[in-house]
Design a protein around this ligand. Structure first.
Ligand SMILES: NC(=O)c1ccc[n+]([C@@H]2O[C@H](COP(=O)([O-])OP(=O)(O)OC[C@H]3O[C@@H](n4cnc5c(N)ncnc54)[C@H](O)[C@@H]3O)[C@@H](O)[C@H]2O)c1
Length: 246
């Protein structure tokens, strides 16, 4: 198993891509902490992991709230003794054309996707330095590469995550902490389930492999970056989008 003895925090680990990561990481031997807002969804994934013989815990945390993040990270260390892997996956959309975008839509998306990622890294890094080991994997998007209509807030947050990833890879490498990102394309989760039929059809036409990705296909990329096999991979952004960004 690839992650035996490792402790992984997965934000937004109770649904979609995050839940697929939680299950995949646990099946590779990691202790998994699911950090998300909805405890009933989180408990469902924790129960599934425990029923498969793994170890997991759910901690309620809104990643856009610094105090809650601080508490979530310190509780993880109390429970499992360390943090080896941090998956910054929690994210939201609040789409709107720029002339109609409210300040709240802008602020909420930046606060969750970008500042939330910063809070989690800031609080986890001291424990990783102390431990002499860390794997941080952030979640960007194809929207950071290409932009997307009505997603200026979302694309800005996800492009910011790439800048943060490249900077921190240079800053933290000497501590044996690698920082990488996964940039998914269209993935079949709740986030894309409300897309209008027309946009779904268009997307399926323009994606070179002619379909949406699955959460499990994304989890495989996160798993690679979290594993010891990726020890020399630092500052990479893995585009997992069926060729959409080409
Ligand atoms: N689905 C896609 O097509 C797609 C494409 C590119 C990138 N992504 C990114 O992948 C990540 C996961 O998305 P998904 O498709 O699984 O979406 P999802 O809506 O199924 O899951 C999002 C998760 O984030 C959590 N979350 C949201 N706000 C939070 C907050 N403030 N604090 C804590 N948790 C919070 C939710 O509870 C949920 O668990 C996101 O960062 C998203 O931007 C998704």
């Amino acid at each position: 198993m690839k992650l035996t003895g490792k402790t992984a925090v997965i934000t937004g680990g109770n649904k979609g891509i995050g839940a697929a990561c939680a299950l995949a990481f646990s099946r590779e031997g990691a202790n998994v902490v699911i950090a998300a807002r909805n405890m009933s969804d989180s408990n469902r994934i924790v129960e599934q992991i425990i029923s498969e013989g793994g170890k997991a815990a759910a901690i309620a945390a809104d990643v856009s709230d610094h105090e809650q993040v601080k508490n979530m990270i310190s509780r993880t260390v109390e429970m499992f003794g360390k943090i080896d892997i941090l998956i910054n996956n929690a994210g939201i959309i609040a789409d709107s054309f720029i002339n109609k975008m409210t300040l709240e839509q802008w602020d909420k998306v930046i606060a969750t996707n970008l500042t939330g990622t910063f809070y989690c890294i800031r609080e986890a890094v001291p424990y990783m330095i102390e431990n002499g080991y860390g794997r941080i994997i952030n979640t960007s998007s194809v929207a950071a590469r290409k932009g997307a209509v009505a997603q200026s807030n979302y694309a800005a947050s996800k492009a910011g995550i790439i800048g943060m990833t490249l900077s921190l890879a240079q800053e933290l490498g000497k501590y044996n902490i690698t920082v990488n990102a996964v940039a998914p394309g269209y993935v079949a989760t709740d986030m894309t389930s409300n897309l209008p039929e027309k946009i779904m059809e268009r997307a399926n036409k323009v994606i070179p492999v002619k379909r949406f990705g699955t959460p499990e296909e994304m989890a495989a990329a996160f798993l690679y970056l979290a594993s010891d096999e990726a020890a020399y991979c630092n500052g990479a952004v893995l585009d997992i989008n069926g060729g959409l960004s080409l």
